[in-house]
Design a protein around this ligand. Structure first.
Ligand code: FAD
Length: 363
């Protein structure tokens, strides 16, 4: 029987563990934390694939159909898309259920850390090790802290709406997402790529929350990490390591979306294992082909982030304010492609003309 060692039982690792164990692989998985508590926005774009997973493994706490994007205090996009676009899920429950299913299928869990680049792996030498340590894996891209809190606003906050408020100088945003529509809780936070060392992010998030929702004092629920401008890195042939989720670089830089890519990459790697077992060369080839649409989407997101970042600070606002409405609509629905960027710009030339030189550089 082929054996697979998995480092990390977050979204990607626990999904993969379940799929492989169900197919008869001998799975050993490591994670330091028996309870998955990573703070998150918990937003997942609605499509047939995500719906099948969300409905089976977790509960939907709110549905989003409206988006507001503010840049440096100016509203640049405000639309009700007219259909559900994001699920707000219970992410810890998702991981807990994926883990339970994997154990039921025979996967062995060890509650401790493993260094996925080391060759002295605990299983036989021909086993494959999968790095699913998310932002805790030493991949490329900058890992930044992100703070968030779940709380009840003083004012009546719309439970179907997402607010994203960009700060073009600091290259990041604050957000307010619904968190639990039945208890009227929201999830607010912030993360910035270009934050200077003098800035106190927890204090900034608290002040933002007070300014937008009137709540004087919230208890911040700690920071987590996110990898911005990731480099796609799918495997390490020398050490027989495959990578999935954020560890492989699957993170959309503009909005920080990583749950759907983590699930998808785990599914695609499971397909590759089922076809090729631990024949490493065939495995890498099959996986690289399977994930290529996700790679294209991730790279496009990074390039778009870099377009804004490379502008002089005083020009970033103009670029962000020129982004066509169709772009935002596609982006939030996780339907972004190069063709989509071009089409949305062509449909709104009056707004997007400033972006044409940048779009040309995307080819
Ligand atoms: C504040 C915040 C808000 C976010 N909001 C959203 C959102 O709304 N929607 C969205 O789609 N994405 C969001 N993301 C991104 C999303 O959370 C991640 O991209 C996603 O969880 C990645 O899944 P993963 O399985 O790759 O990694 P993770 O879910 O991070 O799992 C990694 C696992 O590896 C374990 N680990 C760490 N070190 C080791 C080690 N040495 N050995 C073994 N195990 C180890 C960790 O304990 C963890 O369980 C957000 C991220 C943050 C930080």
């Amino acid at each position: 029987m082929d054996s697979v060692v998995i480092a990390g039982l977050g979204i990607a690792g626990s999904r993969l563990a379940g799929l492989l164990a169900a197919s008869g692989f001998e799975v050993t998985a490591y994670d330091p934390d028996p309870l998955y508590r990573k703070p998150c926005g918990e937003a997942v774009p609605v499509n047939d694939y995500t719906e099948s997973i969300v409905r089976k493994y977790t509960k939907v706490k709110a549905m989003v159909d409206s988006f507001k994007v503010i840049v440096d205090g100016v509203t640049v996009y405000d639309e009700n898309i007219g259909k559900p676009v994001w699920f707000i899920i219970d992410k810890s429950l998702l991981v807990q259920n994926l883990r339970s299913e994997a154990q039921d299928n025979g996967a062995q869990f060890i509650w401790g850390k493993i260094n996925a680049t080391e060759t002295n792996r605990p299983s036989s030498n021909d086993s494959v090790l999968v790095d699913a340590r998310g932002p805790f894996s030493p991949g490329q891209g900058r890992v930044i802290p992100v703070y968030r809190v779940v709380y009840k606003p003083k004012i009546d906050w719309p439970m179907n709406e997402v607010l994203i408020e960009f700060d073009s100088k600091r290259m990041g945003f604050y957000w307010i997402f619904p968190s639990d529509s039945s208890n009227r809780l929201v999830n607010a936070g912030g993360g910035f790529y270009g934050l200077s060392k003098q800035c106190n992010l927890p204090m900034m998030v608290k002040e933002y929350i007070k300014r937008r929702t009137g709540v004087e004092e919230v208890k911040l629920q700690g920071a987590s990490l996110i990898r911005i401008k990731p480099k796609i890195d799918l495997f390490d042939r020398e050490n027989r390591v495959m990578k999935i989720g954020e560890s492989a670089g699957f993170l959309m830089s503009i909005t920080g979306e990583g749950i759907r890519p983590a699930l998808l990459s785990a599914d695609l790697l499971a397909d590759s294992f089922k076809k090729h077992g631990s024949d490493f060369i065939s495995l890498t080839g099959h996986y690289a082909k399977g994930v290529s649409p996700l790679v294209r989407e991730t790279v496009l997101s990074t390039k778009l982030f870099e377009i804004v970042e490379k502008q002089p600070v005083n020009k970033r606002f103009n670029v962000l304010a020129s982004v066509p409405r169709g772009f935002w609509r596609r982006y939030f629905q996780a339907k972004l492609s190069l063709n989509g960027v071009i089409l949305s710009a062509l449909k709104e030339p009056g707004r997007a003309w400033r972006l044409l030189p940048f779009i040309a550089k995307l080819f």
